[in-house]
Design a protein around this ligand. Structure first.
Ligand code: SF4
Length: 271
């Protein structure tokens, strides 16, 4: 059984007093933030809300151009692609699995095990889970080879995401306006994706603490294995510090930033 002390005790739902987070471009969202010092993955619900708001802006701009997003429930075409995650999202996903009812947990764990077996059989497991940066040419080869193994995400059920509110940031960024048939064949010349802020990359950079030596990105299907190898208690900081850390990672990579406003929103009760 997977064990991580903080993981099983920390909620992944947004809880805590409300705070305002400013988006690049002037808008802001109000989200609950966990009080006290918490591991980074405890602020993921707030970061997801932030990213959803950013993606909504991308979708609105696309609608104004007359484009129709073709992503919908029941289309799992992109859910057989390589989904990169790092420590923070791996811990959150492993915690999510741990909290599932026993029968569902057994089914999901079996899918993780099947995915690992398929990658090992293909000789790709070690390369994809050893961490560190890879050359972009090698990365592309891995992505393509991974896709053609046809491994479904362990959370894909009836061609729909069974953990939709908790899905990784990269799944939120994948907004397609071309036919799903191109996604199903990974026809990169015909897939038309909306240009969305690469918040998942910022999260990976944040996890690496800006050090190339710590840059560990691996496929979602290796998330449970990652936690088995890293059962240690992760660093704790205030939620505000983590959100600002994410903002700095966005800024370092893309010139964007998010700023935590520490005062409670108007009307929030003060205790
Ligand atoms: S987490 Fe959900 S959206 Fe992301 S690849 Fe898995 S099933 Fe698809």
């Amino acid at each position: 059984m997977l064990s991580c002390h903080a993981m099983s005790n920390e909620p992944t739902q947004a809880e805590g007093p409300p705070a305002i987070i400013e988006l690049p471009g002037g808008e802001s969202i109000t989200v609950p933030l966990p009080p006290g010092e918490v591991p980074a993955y405890a602020v993921l619900p707030a970061l997801r809300a932030l990213v959803d708001a950013m993606m909504q802006r991308v979708k609105n701009a696309s609608a104004e151009r007359g484009e129709t997003i073709t992503c919908r429930a029941g289309c799992g075409a992109c859910c057989r692609q390589y989904v990169p995650v790092s420590d923070m999202e791996a811990r959150a996903l492993a915690g999510l699995v741990e909290r599932m009812p026993e029968d569902r947990q057994a089914r999901v764990r079996a899918r993780f095990a099947e995915a690992e077996a398929r990658l090992r059989e293909a000789g790709m497991w070690e390369r994809m889970t050893r961490g560190g940066r890879v050359l972009s040419s090698e990365h592309m080869e891995l992505v393509v080879n991974y896709f053609f193994l046809g491994i479904p995400c362990p959370f894909l059920e009836d061609e729909a995401c069974s953990i939709h509110p908790d899905r990784p940031l990269i799944c939120r960024e994948y907004l397609v306006v071309s036919s799903a048939t191109h996604c199903a064949k990974l026809d990169r010349t015909k897939i038309k994706r909306l240009a969305a802020p690469q918040t998942s990359t910022a999260l990976h950079v944040m996890d690496a603490a800006h050090s190339p030596d710590n840059y560990n990105v691996f496929p979602l299907v290796a998330a449970l294995d990652w936690l088995r190898g890293h059962p240690d208690e992760p660093e704790r900081r205030t939620a505000e510090a983590w959100i600002n850390h994410f903002g700095r990672a966005m800024q370092a990579r893309f010139g964007d930033s998010v700023e935590m406003v520490t005062s409670p929103p108007p009307g929030a009760s003060e205790e």
